[in-house]
Design a protein around this ligand. Sequence first.
Ligand SMILES: *[C@@H]1O[C@H](CO)[C@@H](O)[C@H](O)[C@H]1NC(C)=O
Ligand SMILES: CC(=O)N[C@H]1CO[C@H](CO)[C@@H](O)[C@@H]1O
Ligand SMILES: [Zn+2]
Length: 373
Amino acid sequence: MWTQALYAALLATSICSVAAAPSPAELANRKAGLRLIKTSPKSAGKWVSEEEKITKYKSKGIGFVDITDITDNQVLSALSAESDEGSFSAQAVTYPTAVSRQTQVNALLPSVSTTNPQSWLTTLTNYYNRYYRSTYGTQAGTWLYNTVVSVASANPAITVTKFTHSFNQPSIIAKIPGNSTNLVIVSAHYDSTGGSSSARGPGADDNGSGVVVILEALRVLANNRFKGKDTLEFHFYGGEEGGLLGSQAVFSNYKSTGKTVLAVVNQDMAGYSPSGKISIYTDYVDSALTAYTRVVATAYTGATTSDVCGYGCSDHASARSNGFPAAYVCDEPISTSSPYIHSPNDALSTIQWPTVLRHAKFTVAFLVEASYL
Ligand SMILES: *[C@@H]1O[C@H](CO)[C@@H](O)[C@H](O)[C@H]1NC(C)=O
Ligand SMILES: CC(=O)N[C@H]1CO[C@H](CO)[C@@H](O)[C@@H]1O
Ligand SMILES: [Zn+2]
């Protein structure tokens, strides 16, 4: 109730600003191709070039959301709320406090392996980079689409679609229909940068590892013709490094078309973990879904760690700001996480395969358990 009231108050505040016409300065910035980015709830936004987004923010570990094209005032209000300012979820979902599908999950887990992830990640990291505005980024998108189609073909019930964007890299969505159209979503982004638009950016851990983890989960569920009560979707976003562009467009579409989403679990970095434990982040997420995610991770992979990653840290922020419950799963707390990300050194050789296996097993377990929400 408290959160509903807060959301209503935020909406009321935002409505006052609806009518403001763009100022001449804003129009000039847009015309010059600059983009408006927000680096904190309180930031009104700053106009920067595409190159500055990467060189001055992303490569320095500063999270941001590109809000240039966001016109939905509810979303803008949510992006201006502090991490602890309640849930923005439009649906109240009651999540279980224990797992209940052990037999079904345990029958699937032995099929999870790193054989395919090793091959897929080799291909992904061999693109010079996967920068979302480069031809390499486009080529990586084409390869990924074809690979998702091939993996999904084990079950003809699965559909794979390209969600095209204003930039030259689509997001890719695979769907396993359930008995209900309610959605449970796992996600990762496939673009990468190496610190500038033209730098080598293998993006092995960041975040090729998240991509191969959810692709492996799709392979296992497709081969077993898994069908749950809820519909399962696997989202591979483009344009994350540009300020969560792909995921903003996808969740904006889901909001405007009235989709019911019970859970979004985003994984961004799933291949480097000195602690050997899945890390579940607790800021800018839905706390009830986060608690449930921890229940599932603990049941199937053992003890977990926690951390916070700050504003605009990854694509779960887009789900949350559009009113969907979102959680964020990472391979390690930040202080001990891969020192190589956002640089040319984020190489395949730094990937720890037991970590990838742990995340792939978690993903299969989560999807099976959550498909009965
Ligand atoms: C889906 O519906 C079919 C037909 O009614 C039923 O047999 C099956 O158990 C349902 N599956 C789930 C997971 O609810
Ligand atoms: C390059 C990139 O965007 N990487 C993201 C991978 O995940 C970490 C942790 O969420 C983010 O901080 C990075 O921005
Ligand atoms: Zn990332």
